[in-house]
Design a protein around this ligand. Structure first.
Ligand SMILES: [Fe+2]
Length: 237
């Protein structure tokens, strides 16, 4: 079975709207394992300006300890810790954001909830890269098509300032599938993530998403995205 990496998940117990407890976390990890996932990046929500970085880190650390103790000795995927940061204007100026990267690396998963990628926002995203050397991975990039100036966000990916992640569920079937496929076809997508929250709500579908990509866009496209995940892990471990 192919080895997959899941770069986006809410599998840490009781820290956000994802896994409710450690039992559910173990169940999600075993589902991922069955799909051929060998490494999962846990990316709990960091709610932009509303969360305090030190409190967040402490909360995440406790959940991590709990999960790591529970999974010890079990044949489950490796878990690395990151966060999914809800973008807030000015974060490019904030020194503390370095504490929110994936496993202390130069990669950071970034999501958006506003509706305009205007020049100031684009400049601020660029600052994350230029000032701190952090490479933003845009979380579920297929979702932002209706936002104003979406093309400017795509330009950041095109020029290599940012990387792009797509949700497995969007590859398969949801309201974003049309745009998701357009982005795959045009070569914008670097990574696939399950963005799994629970066994019921958005369960992990990594293997199915790869199958769809293989079928529609060929082995080479699927393999390139799969390898990107593996290379990412090699870079951040
Ligand atoms: Fe997420």
């Amino acid at each position: 079975m192919a080895e997959y990496v899941d770069v986006h998940s809410h599998i840490l117990p009781a820290v956000d709207d994802g896994s409710k407890n450690v039992e559910e976390s173990l169940e999600l990890l075993s589902m991922l394992k069955e799909q051929g996932v060998t490494t999962v990046i846990a990316t709990p929500h960091f709610l932009g300006a509303r969360d305090n970085i030190d409190d967040f880190k402490a909360r995440i650390n406790n959940a991590k300890e709990e999960l790591f103790t529970a999974k010890e000795g079990k044949d489950l995927p490796t878990v690395l810790i990151g966060s999914e940061i809800l973008y807030f204007y000015g974060m490019g100026m904030l020194e503390g954001i370095k504490d929110l990267t994936i496993n202390g690396s130069k990669y950071m998963l970034l999501e958006f909830d506003f509706i305009d990628f205007n020049d100031n926002v684009i400049k601020d995203i660029r600052r994350i890269r230029e000032r701190h050397g952090i490479i933003p991975i845009i979380a579920h990039i297929e979702r932002y098509k209706k936002f104003k100036n979406y093309k400017k966000l795509l330009k950041l990916v095109e020029t290599g300032v940012c990387k792009a992640q797509i949700n497995a569920s969007s590859v398969i079937d949801n309201v974003f599938t049309k745009n998701a496929h357009k982005l795959i076809e045009k070569g914008y997508i670097d990574f696939i993530g399950s963005d799994t929250h629970s066994v019921e709500f958005r369960p992990p579908l990594i293997d199915k998403a790869y199958e769809v990509i293989k079928e529609k866009y060929g082995e080479e496209t699927a393999e390139k995205i799969r390898q990107n995940g593996i290379k990412l892990i090699e870079n951040i471990k």
